[in-house]
Design a protein around this ligand. Sequence first.
Ligand code: FUL
Length: 483
Amino acid sequence: MKYVGIIKTVILFLAIAVEHAYAVEPPAPVLPVPSENQLAWHEMETNAFIHFTINTFTGREWGYGDESPTLFNPSALNVDQWISTLKETGFKGVILTCKHHDGFCLWPSKYTEHSIKNSPYKNGKGDIVKEVSDACRKYNLKFGVYLSPWDRNHKDYGKPAYITYYRNQLKELFTDYGPVFEMWFDGANGGDGYYGGARETRKIDSKTYYDWPTTLNLIRSIQPQVLFFSDSGPDIRWVGNEKGYAGETNWNTLTPDTLYPGKPGIGNLLNTGSIDGTKWIPAEVDVSIRPGWFYHSEEDAWVKTPEQLFDIYLTSVGRGAVLLLNVPPDRRGLIHENDVKSLQGFKQLLDSVFANNLAKGASVKASGYRGKSKKYAPKNLTDVNKETYWATDDKEHTGWFEIDFGKRQTVSYVLLQEYIKLGQRVKSFSIEAWKDNKWQQISKGTTIGYKRILKVDPVTTQKIRVNILDSKACPVLSNVAVY
Ligand code: FUL
């Protein structure tokens, strides 16, 4: 009997030796690739923006900067209601307007009187940045900061002294409120404002005035993990519109050398990124659940419906971007009932549409796979493990795979994911369904990236096929799901 044991051990050793001898190298990355923090950010998929300040009480979108802090007076503020609602409806992170263009601060900054400390809220003892960051920790959402560079209240805006003020405020926000996952730099600058009573127009050179490199280094020295959003990055880029869509072609890559926040005319470039970009700077789709960014009661009937939010999900997350959906609290300091209802409906839609992945565990075959090694076999596409992938040999920049459901199923959505740790590759693909004894095209697209969701006219079929028609290098896909 003991020989059986010995033979088994020898076979095992042989198998390991053979596997080793024929180990097929993974594909080399196509540069640039995302950082660890950017990867974690991609996986968040949906975050919430919270616009709340004096504007909520004046009915404006852009406060002039001369509003009295006493106007900030929510009657029933409940941050727990905001964050628990966002948690229940699927959001992973929250970015709060700590200070919007009007300069009013939601925390008691040491450096200005234009803040919550001179408002009736909690008799001037309130700190909404603290309330939100604490609630995010409680509900396990990540916390992010918006601090408008443009400040229509501050007397020194436009002069070097203001940059010191702005940096001091950043130091407060990055020191006193725990980890910040994303810092949102707004490129908007309308020029005119109160400016400590001057009431004039101040133009700055958005290319040089803020000296961003110094500011970013300062923040990184306090919290190195933070990701910076601005029109042009460096870590996350604006998508070029506020309507809720990324480009159908959406490269995570961009060459930022000649770009800067607020540079006019770069919307189209930001919407699609560039195929040959030198840096990984993925797009974030910021859009409001209401027509405005701030709450206005006259817009209560214009809250986006669950169906509209779902369409936005498809044109943002479904095009490889992250969605940043603005949900502005009302004058009570609550997320309005209509918004809560829409968010809940949106969550139900997502849960029902993406409830049953027909590809999970289905049989898959492909035109080929890398070195015929199990490690890169097509079944990795349907194992629901984001760390395994299908890849072809280096010389193959095209290829296909087929999913067989084993019986006829009705298909309405196809979801594809590239293994972006090795870079974004696919330039063109098509999807076919087996119908009337032949392959018939049901969809096509250009880029895939972190995630691509294709909505197709519902088709009843036993098999679908994805053809990679062009790619920067051998295609590397980690996931296909079918609904
Ligand atoms: C814009 C701002 O001017 C809007 O008020 C809003 O904050 C939006 C997210 O960014 O540039």
